[in-house]
Ligand binder design. Structure first.
Ligand code: NAD
Length: 276
């Protein structure tokens, strides 16, 4: 049984000691759990999010759950779809000695996102601006920071989704297209920058127990059932189960892992029929 709820059984091994990390969408489900694990593993973390009130709560929680941390922690309001915001955050981390790890994780799944007929163009554009352009800006400024500080290795992790790998009959066309783009751009960046020592991997989570999806599903039992029958384990994933994977991809333990679609989905995308 996975330890999905935080501190139980936790022993820091300093797997990210001395690394400076930027996490976008840091006030949300995956972003906050990753912040906590990064701090426990010795990293300094710049938490970025579009929501200042959510960031304020998240940083308090992160400090509580990572007692005795050795790295720095800071927050910055940042809309990842605006290059000037992303650049400003990276410049702050340049003052810490430059970026080592960039987790481009912020993303939206809009309530009005639908199928080819019903998706409004403005929802399409908004989704691509945050989910795709945000990842590009984060990758671009991480590369510039790595070069500026003459770093010989860096890890950029971009959050995609299993919907970029398997078709879904519960459509969110703009979201699906945006996550496919994340996989494709991550793969190309991985190959272009491999000789510089900069690794790029895409994270592909299954549907999770985080506000992004759970707020959208609400109490709608039919909508939930429509998804749960396809999970081999019969449950949604937990944000911390993704955060554990991000620690691995951020650390030097994954030094030869590059250009992957790193799937953390309880086997969902490998399933044909699941047990009753
Ligand atoms: P979440 O909604 O809990 O967190 C997302 C965070 O991103 C929020 O704090 C939000 O304020 C922030 N954000 C939104 N727009 C932003 C912007 N323009 N600039 C900066 N920050 C912004 O969601 P989560 O489940 O933690 O999702 C994180 C990532 O994982 C997203 O990219 C999402 O698409 C992806 N993902 C989630 C699931 C799931 O089921 N939850 C599944 C697959 C992939």
């Amino acid at each position: 049984m996975a330890d999905t709820n935080g501190t139980n059984g936790f022993h820091s091994r300093g797997r990210l000691a001395g690394k400076n990390a930027i996490i976008t969408g840091a006030a949300g489900g995956i972003g906050l759990e990753t912040t906590i694990l990064f701090l426990r593993e010795g990293a300094s973390v710049m938490m970025c999010d579009i929501s200042e009130p959510a960031l304020a709560k998240a940083v308090t929680k992160a400090k509580e759950l990572a007692p005795g941390m050795v790295g720095k922690i800071a927050t910055a309001k940042c809309d990842v779809s605006k290059e000037s915001d992303v650049q400003a955050v990276v410049e702050q981390v340049d003052e810490w000695g430059g970026v080592d790890v960039m987790f481009n994780n912020a993303g939206i799944m809009h309530g009005d996102d639908a199928d080819a007929i019903d998706t409004p163009e403005k929802i399409w554009d908004l989704t691509q601006a945050i989910n795709v352009k945000g990842v590009w800006f984060g990758s671009k400024h991480a590369i510039l920071s790595l070069r500026k500080h003459s770093k010989k290795n860096g890890s950029i992790i971009n959050t995609a989704s299993v919907v970029a790998l398997v078709g879904s009959a519960t459509p969110q066309l703009a979201y699906t297209a945006s996550k496919g783009a994340v996989l494709a751009l991550t793969r190309e960046l991985a190959i272009v920058h491999a000789k510089e020592g900069f690794r790029f991997n895409a994270l592909c989570p299954a549907p999770l127990n985080t506000p992004l999806l759970q707020d959208w599903l609400g109490d709608d039992k039919a909508k939930r059932h429509r998804r749960e029958i396809h999970f081999p384990s019969g449950r949604f994933g937990e944000a911390i189960e993704l955060a554990q994977a991000v620690v691995f991809l951020a650390s030097d333990e994954s030094s030869f892992v590059n250009g992957t679609d790193f799937v953390v989905d309880g086997g969902m995308s490998r399933a044909y029929v699941t047990a009753q």
